[in-house]
Design a protein around this ligand. Structure first.
Ligand code: ATP
Ligand code: MG
Length: 323
């Protein structure tokens, strides 16, 4: 992780004598303790809740302290989190900082402090009616928000995928990548999908995607990023939130939630999502179904080497089908 200091330092200039923490040597309990001294006091010291790939999350009284181990927070992410949490999902973000003081006086770690949410994540997914509807409505709110303008690089990424006149080289490259072979093999063996034929079909649908389906997205919505407290569910972790494809978010959730085998769950989820929009429900549902038919295989083939159980109801209609 030698690059860390370099990477973080590139985001702003350090003053003489200042250094970023080497994350392998950092005592994060101690960091959290230092940070907690300026928060409202609590009966116990900060308690480690979980350690992810990039972050550590501590509970301190009514606050969650999230420390980023690698990389750094930036202005754009701050605006996204603030707008979404405070305006849309009514949760407070107290502090979001790129340079947080660490004990010995010379080290800095990026930190984010927000309301602590009582409850547990839902690794097995959300399968009850109220829960599915709640997630669908929260996702609809996110999709209707625009906390930041779509920036140039993001737009380029998106338009590269949707542009028909360059025949989607970006997507094609991903699909052809040798690492995806296990997925192809699985799809061929179990679902009888032939590689070339499938690529052609996916490219064809991608070409047809329209701007209406590009919206602000969560981009990582699944059980580990949802906290349940009794009947209440909270979507967390906006680390990947940005402009993207509506269908990606919907497919991503339904796939990870293991809902694709259960048509009732898909229906419930989509109906709740649709009810948050002022659109013709029948047409919109057909439209979303087509989007799922595109993005489920996109995720299966393009992102994972994993086996998911996907039920095919109608071979002519690709992977999933419903009324
Ligand atoms: N506001 C909160 N209240 C209570 N617990 C939280 C809160 N935020 C995060 N957590 C807990 O900490 C864990 C990690 O947080 P989060 O999902 O934001 O980061 P991550 O998945 O490690 O990071 P990344 O942004 O890299 O995906 C969560 O799965 C959850 O258990
Ligand atoms: Mg997470």
């Amino acid at each position: 992780m030698k690059n860390f200091a370099k990477q973080a330092a590139s985001s702003f200039t350090l003053r003489p004598g200042e250094i970023f923490c080497d994350h392998e040597k950092t005592d994060y309990e101690k960091v959290a303790k230092t940070i907690s001294t300026r928060l409202p006091s609590a009966p116990n010291p900060p308690k480690l809740l979980g350690e992810g790939f990039d972050t550590l999350c501590f509970k301190h009284g009514e606050r969650a302290i999230k420390i980023l181990k690698t990389g750094n927070f930036d202005e754009r992410s701050y605006k996204i989190r603030k707008a979404i949490l405070e305006d849309q999902l009514s949760r407070k973000l107290y502090e979001y900082s790129n340079r947080n003081f660490y004990p010995e006086g010379r080290c800095f770690v990026p930190v984010e402090i927000e309301d602590f949410l009582e409850g547990e994540t839902v690794p097995k997914g959300v399968h009850d009616k109220e829960g599915l509807s709640s997630i669908a409505r929260q996702l609809a709110l996110i999709h209707q928000s625009s906390p930041v303008k779509v920036d140039k690089t993001r737009w380029e990424q998106i338009s590269r995928i949707t542009s028909s006149n360059n025949n989607n080289p970006h997507f094609r490259r991903h699909l052809k990548h040798p690492d995806f072979n296990p997925s192809w093999k699985y799809l061929e063996e179990t679902l009888g999908l032939q590689k070339e034929e499938t690529i052609a079909k996916l490219l064809g649908i991608l070409d047809g995607i329209d701007k209406e389906d590009i919206c602000f997205c969560h981009n990582d919505i699944w059980g580990d990023n949802i906290i349940r407290n009794g009947k209440e569910l909270f979507v967390i972790d906006f680390g990947d939130a940005d402009w993207g494809f509506r269908g990606w978010d919907l497919a991503y959730f339904l796939l990870h939630n293991q809902s694709l085998e259960n048509l009732d769950e898909i229906d419930l989820f989509l109906d709740a999502y649709i009810s948050s929009f002022d659109k013709d429900p029948v047409e919109f549902k057909q439209h979303l179904s087509a989007q799922l038919n595109l993005f489920v295989p996109y995720l299966l083939v393009g992102k994972y080497n994993m086996k998911f159980n996907v039920q095919i109801l109608n071979n002519n209609d690709f992977l999933i089908y419903y009324n």
